[in-house]
Design a binder for this molecule. Structure first.
Ligand SMILES: [Zn+2]
Length: 217
């Protein structure tokens, strides 16, 4: 059983880790065994959106591409939210043909993300990466069938420990994203928060990976 890294930007895969490496349509690296691909709201370039969507559409056909994302909404950046929603919805529309999960970047736009999910009518699992908010919002998202992935803020913000502890085990993932700590350190900390062994923590995330990504390996 491997450690699963739900979201990372570093292109290393070891025998003990199954990493979902983030890729961008305009900066694509070959030979990554498991990746997600999407247009991040920070990197929407008007003149390139059509081209990027086409390339995402093609990659989504491949078995190495196991998720759409990271994509989503960010209200703390200059880019207009209407544009962000349009680009996000165009990406979600690609999942009518291929059923794959979505890895989400969401900053201060949770109501909008919830309504985009509803409006899309897509049955794919939606996973919010880098969750950093309170238990009330976490529960609201779980009620709307989202999964939540933890890493940086679980390690950095002591208030996240109790949020994490109170969430059902079948709704959580762990990740390193861009932090310098190792994935094992994230698992060790997460296991401590839940008062379980690292082995048990691995089993929980591994099972969630299997059920969400339906990817037996
Ligand atoms: Zn990221």
């Amino acid at each position: 059983m491997k450690f699963v890294n739900l979201h990372t930007h570093s292109h290393t895969n070891s025998d003990s880790i199954l990493a979902i490496v983030n890729q961008y349509p305009n900066e694509f690296l070959n030979d990554i065994p498991h990746y997600s691909i999407g247009i991040h709201p920070w990197y929407i370039v008007d003149e390139r959106v059509t081209e990027d969507l086409n390339s995402i559409k093609n990659k989504l056909q491949l078995k190495e591409c196991i998720a759409l994302g990271e994509c989503g909404l960010d209200k703390r950046i200059e880019k207009k939210i209407e544009l962000q929603i349009a680009v996000f919805e165009s990406q979600l529309a690609l999942l009518h043909e291929v059923k794959k999960p979505v890895i989400l970047h969401c900053v201060a736009a949770f109501d909008e993300i919830i309504s985009c999910k509803k409006n899309s009518g897509i049955p794919s699992p939606f996973i919010i990466h880098g969750f950093s908010k309170n238990i009330a919002l976490a529960k609201q998202l779980l009620n709307q069938d989202f999964y939540l992935s933890f890493g940086k803020y679980l390690l950095r913000n002591p208030e996240m420990e109790s949020v994490f502890r109170h969430l059902p085990n079948d709704k959580i993932f762990l990740e390193t994203d861009t932090i310098s700590e190792s994935l094992e350190e994230v698992y060790t900390f997460a296991a401590k928060c839940k008062n379980i062994s690292v082995e048990k923590m691995k089993e929980i995330v591994w099972n969630n990976y299997q059920s969400v990504f339906n990817n037996k390996q």
